[in-house]
Design a protein. Structure first.
Length: 316
């Protein structure tokens, strides 16, 4: 009787890289939330600045990889490598455009939601319903209806974790967080397209550059009140963590796992937001967190090992 292999090396790498990317993402979001505390009149500025710095960091990362590819090629031809990169970018124009648009709005919306909702885990929980919706749609499209239960279970865990006793209802804040969730869903789907075509590096870099003029509009609308050393430092850290390192790592994870598995894995980010929220924002979690964490962990494990397929196989 052959042994059933629950998780392969590729899946293991995808989970590890994905969790690391999510940790960078939530850390950058927390830096951005700290910046918003200094910008009560115009909370979008730290997120917009973070998106701008992130675009510049991604462009620099792509330039370094381009130079490496030129040096490692047989004829060291810059023109040939440029043509290859250009052809690669042309094949993913729509995903790049979607990434650029979502990048313009994601961080500013997330920061605005953080300022209006007192609980950072609540904001993160709502925002990460976007990837979960992608996972549900992927499972239903493949007629894997039992697999669609895992994203729902993860979503329930997110909701339980967000039940902060001191949080207050703010409909506009929830609307901002929901809009950020839509941006995140678009981001995950677009990144998978880049990975499928082998254009993740050039795609992320071009999307980051497209984000810059749009994000700059947020700053122009708010005047120059954001031009402060502390805001600039926090925005730089946000851009490096959330808008540069996290997308690169998450793109690799999506390449290993696929957007459906990554969508459920992303639900684990609020778990990592707990120590970040405690250390950077001074938020202490309540007793309900353990229940929500348990639901999320079960959903991630079951979805990663494709438990629905294993159960159906055993029944046959």
């Amino acid at each position: 009787m052959s042994k059933v292999r629950l998780i392969g090396r590729k899946t293991f790498l995808g989970v590890g890289v994905g969790l690391l990317g999510l940790l960078f993402c939530v850390t950058g979001d927390a830096f951005s939330a700290l910046g918003a505390e200094d910008q009560e009149r115009f909370p979008f500025a730290p997120g917009a600045l973070g998106a701008i710095f992130g675009g510049l960091f991604l462009a620099g990362y792509a330039a370094v990889l381009f130079a490496r590819d030129v040096r490692s090629s047989k004829d060291n031809s810059v023109a040939k490598e440029f043509q290859r990169a250009r052809a690669s970018a042309k094949s993913v124009r729509w995903p790049i455009a979607c990434l650029g648009i979502s990048g313009i709005f994601y961080l500013p919306l997330l920061v605005a939601a953080t300022q209006r909702i007192s609980s950072f885990p609540t904001v993160i929980a709502i925002a990460f319903c976007g990837p979960l919706a992608v996972a549900v749609w992927g499972a239903v499209r493949e007629a894997r209806f039992l697999a669609a239960f895992w994203p729902v279970l993860a979503g329930a865990g997110l909701w339980i974790m967000s039940l902060q006793e001191e949080s207050h209802a703010d409909l506009l804040g929830y609307a901002f967080a929901a809009a950020a969730a839509i941006c995140f869903a678009v981001n995950v789907s677009a990144v998978e397209k880049l990975e499928d075509r082998g254009a993740e590096t050039i795609g992320l870099a071009l999307a980051g550059l497209l984000t810059i003029p749009g994000a700059a509009c947020w700053l122009v609308a708010g005047g120059l009140d954001w031009f402060q050393p502390r805001i600039l430092l926090l925005a730089t850290l946000t851009g490096l963590c959330t808008a540069c390192v996290a997308p690169v790592l998450e793109a690799r994870s999506i390449g290993f796992l696929g957007k459906e598995k990554f969508g459920v894995l992303a639900a684990g980010e609020p778990i990592m937001s707990l120590p970040v929220g405690l250390l950077l924002l001074g938020e202490v979690p309540g007793w309900f967190v353990a229940v929500g964490m348990a639901a999320i962990v079960v959903a991630i494990v079951a979805n990663t090992v494709e438990l629905d397929r294993l159960l159906l196989r055993r029944r046959r």
